[in-house]
Write a protein that binds this ligand. Structure first.
Ligand SMILES: Cc1cc2nc3c(=O)[nH]c(=O)nc-3n(C[C@H](O)[C@H](O)[C@H](O)COP(=O)(O)O)c2cc1C
Length: 182
């Protein structure tokens, strides 16, 4: 089972990127998670889309199309998803053949605030409804106070977060199998 992962933060040392790297190690047997960069995705412009997809967009759409499932980790910016993630999803959501349509999606998130991106994750779920994706409902993974949850090597150390990510990936695996059987 191939999972394409997207990180909503571009910064070096991003806690969300570290969370995705932790997920790679926690993936259940048979699941492979590859993290695709969104750093080169340009700002969405429908005129540009009509002229032809920019190379970075076309490449990312291809990776998503080839994946069985998607994993997203985003910071919360002003109570929502980051602009770079929303911009990427806008590119991915448009014709021709939006590659995330019908795909299962798991959501995690890390923030230095108490709520661990809860508010952003509910915005993301709403976006995914319009994109006709199927989000894993439970367990939810909110990594609050992220600055205290990773060690100096960037390893996730919080046992609760480790358990939740592992359980969520199992839920993603089950949902992917169920959707494929339809
Ligand atoms: C523009 C901006 C807005 C932010 N808004 C929120 C917020 O609404 N809630 C929150 O918990 N943290 C907020 N933060 C703090 C982020 O949680 C923190 O910067 C986090 O480390 C970002 O994720 P990253 O480590 O993956 O880059 C905000 C940070 C920035 C730069």
């Amino acid at each position: 089972m191939k999972v394409t992962a997207l990180c909503g933060s571009l910064r070096d040392g991003s806690f969300n990127m570290l969370a995705l790297q932790a997920a790679q190690k926690l993936a259940p047997e048979g699941m492979e998670i590859s993290i695709e960069s969104i750093a080169d995705i340009p700002l969405y412009n429908d005129d540009v889309r009509k002229r032809g997809l920019p190379a970075a967009v076309a490449q990312l759409r291809q990776k998503i199309a080839e994946a069985d499932a998607i994993l997203i980790s985003s910071p919360e910016y002003n109570y929502s998803v980051s602009g770079v993630l929303k911009n990427t999803l806008d590119w991915v959501s448009r014709a021709p053949e939006p590659p995330m349509e019908d795909k299962p999606v798991a959501i995690i998130g890390a923030s230095i605030g108490m709520l661990g991106t809860a508010r952003a994750q509910y915005h993301l779920r709403q976006i995914l409804v319009y994109m006709n994706c199927f989000a894993v409902n439970k367990p939810e993974v909110f990594i609050g106070m992220a600055d205290k949850k990773f060690d100096e090597n960037g390893e996730l150390t919080d046992p609760v977060a480790i358990k939740l990510i592992g359980d969520q990936l199992i839920a993603l695996q089950k949902l992917t199998i169920r959707l494929a059987a339809k």
